[in-house]
Design a protein around this ligand. Structure first.
Ligand code: MN3
Length: 201
């Protein structure tokens, strides 16, 4: 059985400073993300064993745990690729044009993302996703790791709004964290995901 694996970062923990502290990055990647990966592997084995024994008494709770941990692994892997020490600025080209088509302008899109995070009750994410059926970009508010998701859309850019993503540095100032993270968004990565998603359909 193929196991889920914690990916390496393409930069050092301290490289996103001052916007995201080295300690946050270390704890976030090496503790939180690692736990989702390890849990995904453990629960995958339990699930396989339950199916083998035809013991379906806990199938629903195992599926729920798998959804939480595998989605958490997916979101964090995407997040690390969405970030770069040389990031920031604004998207260009077709991604810029499509953001302007669907949101009016880049600043309004940023406000939608910020409000999506600010209005998340408890733990959640803001996600910019491409929906191929309508040819539109959408902002989704993902709760926990997997609730409130619009199926049929492809995530391109995610911002983690769980407290562990910012509290050590920003305490309760979540909007300051969201304001700072724009300085390290890797728009080249988002643009290449957009290009792939929008030409695959
Ligand atoms: Mn997180």
């Amino acid at each position: 059985m193929t196991n889920y694996r914690l990916p390496d970062l393409s930069f050092d923990y301290g490289d996103l400073q001052p916007h995201i502290s080295a300690r946050i990055m270390e704890v976030h990647h090496d503790k939180h993300h690692r736990a989702y990966v390890e849990n995904a592997n453990v629960i995958t084995e339990k699930y396989a064993s339950a199916v083998e024994k035809e013991d379906f008494s806990s199938i629903s709770s195992l599926q729920r745990s798998l959804a939480f941990n595998i989605s958490g692994h997916f979101l964090h892997s995407l997040l690390w690729n969405n970030l770069s020490p040389s990031g920031g600025g604004a998207p260009t080209g077709i991604l810029q044009q499509t953001i302007e088509k669907d949101f009016g302008n880049f600043e309004t899109f940023q406000k939608v993302m910020t409000q999506t995070i600010g209005q998340a009750q408890g733990s959640g994410w803001a996600c910019l996703a491409w929906e191929s059926e309508t040819g539109c970009l959408k902002v989704e508010q993902i709760l926990n790791h997997q609730d409130n998701v619009i199926l049929g859309s492809t995530p391109l850019l995610v911002i983690d709004a769980w407290e562990h993503a910012y509290y050590l540095q920003y305490e309760n100032r979540r909007n300051d964290y969201v304001g700072a993270i724009w300085n390290v968004i890797n728009w080249d990565d988002v643009a290449s995901r957009f290009e792939k998603a929008s030409t695959d359909c």
